[in-house]
Write a protein that binds this ligand. Structure first.
Ligand code: R5P
Length: 288
């Protein structure tokens, strides 16, 4: 097995290769003068199982094109099997036609990954599990929530609660909390009058307790900032925000800290200064 590092996941690919004791091939990615992408992997892939690690965060379009070019080139260079590891799968939030006429973007990306030559695909905490059904090849959605749980368990939290921003993310909170036998819950919106909505943890009282908000993605930070404001009003002690994918656009990190979070904790599916947890063990264990 050989691990191929896409330019968006060079550090993560190296960590996976190290854990597996596999060789690491680096791709050469440059631009033609007109802006088109140029990709080269100078390695003999004949009869090898190649694992391409490439996240598709910003610039999403460039990173997806690089992934397609890598998969196709490696297959064409004689690899007997090509596995795509796409730790952050971009476009996943456009998984439905919300308005008539819209492209279902993630479905198109799934088709293209497959058509480019992937024999199987692994991703991590994809926005909706159902997206994996777009693939005809074996497709696996791994999770970083146990790693997140293990990390926060070392933070010396007082009477901790792991909280999901909504019911849909409750499975993330449950998984992270299981690592240190913490309580978990989700924020529920209840309409009180036609103009008033109350948001509070469904079951638990957070007063004087440390809270870890978990989510798959933090992008603009809007969701987590709203949660922080509510939790502070309800008397939470220290608040941490944790996610798998630190997309963190538009000064989101600064805004989350200004809203009252102690720290933002994330993984290296996206290489960012908040990426204090590596998902390499989760990937290595599954592709071994
Ligand atoms: C939503 O369903 C996701 O799980 C995240 O809560 C959302 O994408 C976060 O986005 P933002 O940080 O922009 O509120």
């Amino acid at each position: 097995m050989i691990i191929v590092a896409g330019s968006a996941s060079s550090k993560l690919a190296a960590r996976v290769a190290k854990l597996l004791g596999c060789p690491l091939a680096k791709s050469e990615v440059t631009r033609f003068p007109d802006g088109e992408s140029y990709v080269r992997v100078n390695h003999n892939f004949k009869d090898e199982h190649a694992v391409v690690v490439q996240s598709t965060y910003y610039p999403q379009n460039d990173n997806f094109i690089e992934l397609f070019l890598l998969l196709d080139a490696i297959k064409d260079l004689g690899a007997k099997r090509v596995t795509a590891v796409v730790p952050y799968f971009g476009y996943a939030r456009q998984d439905k036609r919300f308005k008539p006429g819209e492209a279902i973007s993630v479905r198109t990306m799934c088709k293209l990954v497959e058509r480019a030559g992937a024999d199987d695909i692994f991703t991590i905490d994809i926005h909706e599990e159902e997206i994996m059904a777009n693939f005809a090849i074996p497709a696996y959605n791994l999770t970083a929530m146990s790693l997140i749980g293990r990390y926060v368990s070392r933070l010396d939290l007082r009477d901790p609660v792991v909280l999901a921003g909504d019911q849909g993310a409750l499975h993330h909170a449950k998984r992270a909390a299981a690592e240190f036998m913490a309580d978990y819950d989700y924020l529920e919106k209840t309409r009180q009058t036609s103009t008033k909505v109350a948001i509070r943890p469904k079951r638990l009282n957070v007063s004087k307790r440390d809270v870890v908000i978990v989510d798959d993605i933090i992008s603009t930070g809007g969701t987590v900032i709203e949660a922080i404001k509510i939790l502070k009003k309800q008397g939470a002690r220290r608040i941490y925000a944790a996610c798998t994918h630190p997309v963190l656009v538009s000064n989101a990190l600064r805004k989350i800290i200004a809203a009252g979070a102690r720290k933002v904790i994330a993984t290296d599916t996206i290489e960012h200064k908040t990426s204090v947890i590596s998902v390499a063990p989760v990937i290595a264990e599954r592709i071994r």
